[in-house]
Design a protein around this ligand. Structure first.
Ligand code: DGY
Length: 331
């Protein structure tokens, strides 16, 4: 009888994915709250002769990990982003790589708007104020913020998530500017159908003209440090930056300076560099008046995480069977 294939999973993912894997494979799951060390992943893959690896965006999947088990046929990441994976090394070794595109688009767009509204209307500060028992009376100038309706929303990267964020602007009557390597007439038409006017502009124009700038690009050599000191200086002094993409797209020191010197108004970050952001990181001195940070929860709704787990399992199954992955990161 052929041996049951083995899959190593680097964290407890939702049961719907793990149960599906357990129906067909020997599944070993790292039970720690923090990610396993890369050496531990390697050792586990080697000792299990693993056929499949399920990983998270917090794991560093380099060539050594890919070489750890000679049987490894598939790496399936429980994320849409795959900047933590050495894709070229996987392709060289003929190891399939799966990810979870599409399913978290709307959930992440919801969070981008949650941060945008939070920063504009200062809700975190408002809560802290009440919690600190400072609320003595209605105040004509108390916690005045920025209007969101009729504002100009700058989208960096009009892909799936960027478009979903822009589409939500219909209810607020915003004008959308977007930038990226190329103009996207299809996306413009899709947005026009719901009454959102999206205009393709260069990066500098977007930064200079937008009340809100929301980042929706993957982390690549081209996008790393996309927003640095020079870019922050181009933005209006009350501009609000929202980042739900990857922390490395923003130069954290430059953002710190921009907030300290008032080059921009506020920032709402779901992703940071470094990530996780230590509680004593200097940039946190701006919170909550000028900075709101959430712990990379863009896709964190129960339904979306369940769907991500199912997609992750489906990619493992296809990889072990030698079929095309339903959602391959290798194109
Ligand atoms: C991803 O999947 O890449 C998101 O950043 C988290 O779900």
């Amino acid at each position: 009888m052929p041996e049951t294939p083995t899959v190593y999973v680097t964290r407890q993912i939702p049961a719907v994915g793990l149960d599906r894997l357990r129906e067909r494979y020997e599944v070993v799951v790292w039970d720690g709250k923090l990610p396993p060390a890369t050496e531990h992943i390697e050792a586990q893959l080697a000792s299990l002769d693993a056929d499949g690896l399920v990983c998270l965006l917090s794991d560093d999947i380099d060539a050594d990990v890919l070489d750890a088990s000679p049987n490894l046929s598939v790496v399936s990441t429980f994320s849409v982003g795959y900047d933590h994976l050495n894709l070229a090394a996987a392709a060289e070794r003929d190891i399939a790589v799966g990810h979870t595109p599409g399913v978290l688009t709307e959930t992440t767009a919801d969070l981008a708007w949650a941060l945008l509204l939070t920063c504009a209307r200062r809700t975190v500060e408002g809560h802290a104020y009440v919690d600190a028992d400072e609320w003595e009376t209605w105040g004509p100038r108390l916690l005045t913020g920025a209007d969101v309706h009729d504002a100009t929303l700058g989208i960096v990267g009009l892909g799936k998530i960027g478009t979903a964020v822009a589409r939500r602007g219909a209810g607020f009557g915003v004008d959308v500017l977007y930038t990226g390597p190329t103009r996207k007439p299809d996306r413009e038409a899709e947005l026009a159908e719901v009454g959102v006017d999206a205009t393709f502009v260069g990066r500098d124009e977007l930064l200079a003209e937008s009340d809100f700038v929301s980042l929706h690009v993957p982390l690549t050599a081209e996008t790393a440090g996309f927003l640095g000191e020079a870019e922050f200086r181009r933005m209006p002094e009350d501009a609000i930056l929202i980042n739900t993409s990857r922390g490395g797209v923003v130069d954290t020191d430059a953002l710190d300076t921009a907030l300290a010197r008032g080059w921009i108004g506020r920032a709402g970050l779901d992703v940071t560099d470094p990530e996780p952001l230590p509680g004593d990181h200097p940039i946190l001195r701006h919170a909550p008046e000028r900075l709101v940070v959430t712990p990379h929860i863009g896709s964190a709704s129960v339904g979306t995480r369940d769907r991500m787990a199912e997609m992750t399992a489906a990619n493992v199954e296809a990889g072990i069977e030698g079929d095309d992955l339903p959602t391959s990161a290798l194109g």
